[in-house]
Design a protein around this ligand. Sequence first.
Ligand SMILES: C[S@@+](CC[C@H](N)C(=O)[O-])C[C@H]1O[C@@H](n2cnc3c(N)ncnc32)[C@H](O)[C@@H]1O
Length: 476
Amino acid sequence: MILENIKVDRAGGRGVAVGKSADGKTVLVRGAAPGDVVDVRVLKRKKNFYEGRVDRVVEASPLRVAPSCAHTESCGGCPWQHLGYPSQAEFKGHEVEEQLVRVGGVSRDQAEWRPFVPAPTPFRYRNKTEFSFTSNRWRTRGELDANPEAETEPGLGFHVPGFWDKILDVQDCHLIPAYGNEIRNALRDEALALGLSFWHPRAKVGALRTAMLRSNQAGDWMLIIQWGEHPGPDGFTLMHRMTERFDRLVSLYWGLNEKVNDSMYDVDLHLFHGVEALEETMDSAIDGGRALRFLISPKSFYQTNPVQAHRLYAEALSAADLQGGETVYDLYTGTGTIALFMAQVAAKVVGVESVPEAVAAAVRNAERNGITNTAFEVGDMRRLFTPEFVARHGAPDVVVVDPPREGMHPAVVAELARIKAPKLVYVSCNPSTQARDVSMLAEAYEVERVQGVDMFPQTFHVESIVLLRAKTAGTR
Ligand SMILES: C[S@@+](CC[C@H](N)C(=O)[O-])C[C@H]1O[C@@H](n2cnc3c(N)ncnc32)[C@H](O)[C@@H]1O
């Protein structure tokens, strides 16, 4: 079904633009820009709305730009690439505000709405990317029309959205530095030259399965290859050639993954070449402070846009406005990055995180930076964050929370409401769940300031930091 001449009037969440159909229903369109008039191919039809993608642009919005990436039609990794970056930043800032006002119940004149922080480099900012090998690469509509009988070809790239078994061969991903594209392309070409087979996702056979690239801001690179079968002499020749060809490839790991899924987190990895971990440094964001150093090993978490991660942490630190001597909780601490930032000023910081490996990395990162006033606990926030926890660590002066996209469990929100920490800094990667949690905290806290930050240009993701202040002292 095609809806004709739909006037698109705004950007919605998750990379869809929004218009109205002739029968008065909301139309959510992928691939459209606010200001466009488009024909929409309907993919889902619900009682109150349609969901679809652009079939034809009837009138192009002045906000449109030509996507710089050749893969944009099939890739799905950059759903806002057809919008100029200033418009992307504007819409993301607006989304944060809208959610907090509409869902969070924050009044527009109650809080300080700080100007949105866009990314200085809207392309080639990612320091980590995972690619999949395939024995049968995805063909675009244009390629199929030109040559419907073409034989299968191997490829190395990204999953096509909505298909676990279809892989788009990628020549130039605009989200990663050019050197990373060179490494990936050379890996594919050298592997083919050696006659190595590529993974068949349905049959679950093939030698080469996935490749992950990680890098630091100094320009060092790590490559992690998962093999579907033991590499053998040609496999080792491939890895050797890669290290000979790329002098900035300072670390190469391999692992044998014979499981059903591609995840490498439970696969034993072997260091084939170079150093065990990359080292990343981040300015302290404190006058006269030392830069913090973090280890990036194959499985460890590190923010994927390091430039904007620094700005996010600096904003969180500024919102906390530590004077020295405070007890800070950093809840959902990951590898302890925010905790270490806060620990430079606070008397002590207590971090909580559910992934034991992340906590081990947080402890190591504290040691490497000579930071001795942090403590980390492993556990599920819902069970760990109790009155007993607060009694054990002392009532916090500042609480920082940075939960996953789902936001916080109601039990966690209830405990935060009970303790009424003087300052609560809520860092979020999902404005809608953040707004929901803020509304549940409304009796205990009021929103003082809001700061949106773009960590992931070209995508629909947006981060925001909300500073809440306790209305009265709580039961601490
Ligand atoms: C958005 S990340 C924040 C990481 C960290 N603040 C940073 O900037 O690197 C959220 C973290 O919460 C952890 N997490 C998710 N659910 C959790 C839970 N129920 N209890 C404790 N930690 C949880 C995840 O493992 C992840 O490390």
